[in-house]
Design a protein around this ligand. Structure first.
Ligand code: GS8
Length: 217
């Protein structure tokens, strides 16, 4: 049975799972959920994700919410396709992938998400970005990226010299950040900039990037 991903191509969390589905070559169908009309708060979607947020994933009788758990499931299920994004064959590499997946979720995401909110969601709601919030969270993100800069000066990717799910999890939020003045946070750190250039040019993500159209007039 084909995997069904319920979400929207322009959403950062949906894109996280899409990038993994494309990277592993999994067969899937993207089932659009219309946020404008509140489809994600209706009983049919709440049955898939009780928190009323996209995305949700169905594979046969399994239903998942939380994008990172979906991408982990997909990466594990399709690791035989010639791309083991979790490094399951090597205990220590697998532990490092998990560590940097945690870093993305616990350090990077809390710093970059408020910037995404100010630059993309606030204007959609008719408001203007709050510069104090932007400054505060740029400072937080800069500190996280200083750690990345040091790490990426000694290995090509976050968990080692191999592309992994830890790198992939960063793609959609950095993609949107690069269209804002805060792109300088990436561009002024040479190793982070080179890493971004590398991971964002992967064919699997190029397909996903076409759908990341938030903020386009
Ligand atoms: C967050 C989901 C989320 O924020 C995950 O899946 O990783 N931790 C969860 N979804 C947003 C769209 S961002 O792609 C969403 O559904 N927002 C609408 C709402 O909250 O009403």
């Amino acid at each position: 049975m084909t995997i069904k991903l319920y979400g929207a191509a322009m959403s950062t969390c949906t894109a996280r799972v899409l990038a993994c589905l494309h990277e592993t070559g999994a067969e899937f169908e993207l089932v659009p959920v219309n946020l404008q009309i509140g489809e994600h708060k209706q009983p049919a979607f709440l049955a898939k994700n009780p928190f009323g947020q996209i995305p949700a994933l169905e594979d046969d009788d399994l239903t998942l919410f939380e994008s990172r758990s979906m991408s982990t499931y997909v990466a594990d299920k399709f690791k035989g396709n010639g791309c083991d994004l979790l490094r399951t064959q090597n205990l220590k590499e697998a532990a490092l992938v998990k560590t940097w997946m945690e870093v993305e979720s616990q350090q990077f995401s809390p710093a970059i998400s408020p910037l995404f909110f100010q630059f993309y969601i606030v204007p959609m709601q008719g408001g203007s970005p709050n510069q104090a919030m932007i400054d505060e969270n740029s400072g937080k993100l800069g500190k996280v990226l200083d750690v990345y800069e040091k790490k990426l000066s000694s290995s090509k990717y976050l968990a080692g010299d191999f592309y992994s799910l830890a790198d992939l999890h960063h793609l959609s939020l950095i993609y949107y950040l690069m269209k804002t003045p805060c792109a300088k946070l990436i561009n002024e750190r040479p190793h982070v900039k080179a890493w971004w250039g590398d991971i964002s040019s992967r064919p699997a993500f190029q397909k996903v990037a076409q759908g990341l159209t938030l903020g386009q007039k």
